[in-house]
Design a protein around this ligand. Sequence first.
Ligand code: ADP
Ligand code: MG
Length: 481
Amino acid sequence: MPNKTLYQAVIGLEIHAQLATNSKLFCGDATSFGADPNTHISPITLGHPGTLPKTNSKAVEYAIKMGLACGSTIAKENYFARKNYFYADLPKGYQISQDSTPICGGGQVSIQTKDGEKQIQLNRIHLEEDAGKSIHDLSPTDTLIDLNRAGTPLIEIVTEPCIHSAEDAFLYVTEVRKLVRWLGICDGNMEEGSLRCDANISVRLNGDNTLGTRVEVKNLNSIRNIKKAIEFEIERLIGLVENGTPIMQQTRSFDASNDTTFAIRDKEDANDYRYFPDPDLAPLQLTDAYLQSIQSNLPALPNTLKKEWTAQFGLNAYDVDQLCDNKQEADFYLLWTKHTNLYKAAANFIIGPIRAYLNADGKTYSDLITLLPKLSELLAMVDQQLLSFSVATEKVLPAVLKDGASPTNFASANALLQNSDEGALTAWIQEVLSNHPDKVDAYKKGKKGLIGVFVGEVKKMSKGQADPQKTTKILEAILSN
Ligand code: ADP
Ligand code: MG
């Protein structure tokens, strides 16, 4: 068995994110997923001679948004370069990408690990067009080509080789997906290929400052698979080193059927793509005013909200992480805080029952906005102990959400208001105790845990109306005699 503790894994990730623009990077063809093959292919997409590309400004804006959100430096002057290679799904014979002037340089993405917050350093974020799709598994004899995807705008987000575990890689990709969705620049859907990740992995002895020879694993179409592939590769590479087998720079593919990787090609040291500035495209000149306008329209980021909401609303970091998992949910929460000052209770309602209701009923937060005054009333009723939390969430909330019921009217019409009237409570308690003489005996002999059983019985008998705190107090008083 190799001694894994002697080695450090080094991982650098390249994430391609498809930008959520309506049209392609250099022409008006639609970018919609799932259209019939080869239906969004103008002469520009097909690379016909004499056609001229024109840059989609929305794609440029989206790339800048990502850069600003990551604290990257935006290159005010940058240009597109041709990356030359031959492949059947690349009709022009080159991909328009960026080489020495990526639109965003540096920056970082912070992840929350078991050992605290870590910053994953970015090398660059650049803009490029996607290639078409080669389909190998539809025909037994031929490869089919669908060029709908050719020319779709992508950003490629490249980290420094600064990640040292499969777990941190997993957290990083999760964070990037969350961020692109938060910014509204990519749908983050890995199954449809809107977010794709290649993982570069090497190992070295602890304390070694030089990088080991890397392998690159492609075709990682879920975050889980990224983690599995990296775990497998780290183990495999350490095994090779321990055996004295030289590591070859290789491109590998992940096999999800058995969580392993296999070599697809050996990589020559330097690919010669003969990059040169695309003569058909003017360099991008970004003014300060333009960058400023994008910056000022950037939504507040989850990390900022974590600081603000823990301070202003008394939430804990976990609550904020939960709420910020989804921008619609976070926006809804913020709107709710304008209707109530029961901030923590509102967060609990969203993270628990409201989320469950939306999942089950296929509704969205925008359907609930008109209900905010009623939902706030419900929070207040719980706060004033007119309703128990369980009755409020299990009985009243569904009526508010489904039928827009008034919590006060619904609770009183259905006799759900919590009863803290001492006489009524005592009557229920007496009845429960006389039904369970053996348990009363056991309690008096020291099985104090039975108090919960009695409270439960009283709750049942009162159909949920008995105020549990008062019930407990009265029970304790009666049983201590
Ligand atoms: P390429 O042009 O082949 O894509 P790059 O230099 O752009 O190579 O690097 C691609 C990714 O690989 C980056 O995320 C980088 O951090 C990572 N990387 C480079 N060298 C190593 C290495 N020895 N071990 C692990 N990751 C590496
Ligand atoms: Mg690469």
